[in-house]
Design a protein around this ligand. Structure first.
Ligand code: AHN
Ligand code: ZN
Length: 330
């Protein structure tokens, strides 16, 4: 078996102290066989992130949103075997009809074994968590562009080193048009994640199936911590453990935490609840804020200062390794 690298993690656990102060030392050996996987290039991912920001805020029904859609279709279509653009008119919390596009790139369309990867590509029309400019749109360097940037670099690597399993990359639209804090309208349920709700009820291929899914949301902040988010625990715990153990085998322990944190309403909730495909969310948890989201979240600080290439690398390499692990049946 060439193409296989063995990695051993040796943890020394000092388990118990006997009354006579004798320490019992227990050696826990975790061993994981790592498939050969391409190297995720964080500079390429960062360039894709900057390219998205160059259009400005990607708010549905704006010119920048249309220009970004055109670019994402072109680039994902270039890397993937098949590109499908799913267009829909979706009603926002305030009644606005959003012209939305879910952009879907597939590799090995006929393969039975499939992994679904997703991120949202639209950005929030308001900065309702900011102190000023509340009604101005945000740039969404982390909340939007980071997940897409990682997926575009993964798409490039999949074209260079094609696996046998199927991969579907879905860039969801209209995730972040949810009812803002300043809205005086009565509470509207399910006002976020409109693109993923639509896709979950109307998959781009009838009876679409995948073994599991991974959602990326806010995956670029400096020193980000990705925890076991509650919705992922509830629906896809097995895959959280799979992906986290791969992250740890690659040495990204400082980013991937086993701490369980509050369930979040994000695109994966609807994919899980409506399609039954188990999907995890790799999303930053920030224990120092009230919301649990990063300090930049839904503010005008969500710009390049909220991005560190090393975080893009940790997430991108972990997801890429997960794909090639599955490809080898590991
Ligand atoms: C809510 O704010 C309800 N959910 C967070 C989902 C989200 C917004 N992710 C990015 N922006
Ligand atoms: Zn957001």
């Amino acid at each position: 078996m060439k193409n296989i690298v063995f990695v051993s993690l040796i943890a020394l656990v000092f388990l118990a102290c006997k009354p006579n102060n004798q320490t019992i030392e227990i050696e826990k050996v975790e061993s994981m066989q790592l498939a050969e996987a391409p190297i995720f290039n964080e500079d390429s991912a960062f360039a894709q992130l900057e390219k998205q920001l160059s259009f400005g805020p990607r708010v549905p029904n704006t010119a920048a949103h249309q220009e970004a859609a055109n670019y994402l279709q072109k680039i994902l279509g270039h890397y993937a075997d098949t590109l499908i653009v799913q267009k829909a008119e979706l009603k926002a919390y305030d009644g606005t009809i959003l012209k939305a596009s879910n952009i879907i790139g597939s590799f090995n369309l006929t393969a039975q074994k499939r992994i679904l990867l997703a991120a949202h590509w639209d950005t929030r029309p308001f900065a309702d968590q900011d102190e000023e400019g509340l009604t101005d749109p945000i740039l969404g360097a982390n909340d939007g562009a980071s997940g897409v940037a990682v997926l575009l670099e993964i798409a490039r690597q999949l074209q260079l080193t094609p696996p046998e399993i199927g991969i579907d990359i879905i860039l969801f639209d209209a995730e972040d048009y949810g009812q803002p804090a300043f809205s005086e309208d009565p509470f509207v349920r399910d006002s976020y994640c409109l693109g993923s709700q639509y896709w979950s009820k109307n998959p781009h291929i009838p009876n679409y199936q995948a073994d599991f899914g991974i959602l990326l949301d806010m995956v670029g902040a400096p020193n980000a911590l990705f925890t076991h988010e509650g919705t992922s625990v509830n629906y896809a715990n097995e895959y959280l453990h799979k992906v986290w153990s791969i992250a740890h085998a690659l040495g990204y322990n400082s980013y991937f935490s086993y701490l369980q944190t509050n369930a979040i309403t994000d695109d994966h909730l609807y994919v899980n609840a409506i399609t039954g495909i188990p999907m995890i969310d790799i999303i930053q948890h920030d224990a120092s804020t009230n919301s649990g989201f990063g300090w930049y979240w839904h503010t005008h600080d969500d710009n390049l200062d909220a991005i560190d290439k090393r975080t893009l690398k940790a997430v991108g390499q972990t997801v890429l390794q997960t794909i090639y692990q599955e490809n080898q049946g590991l």
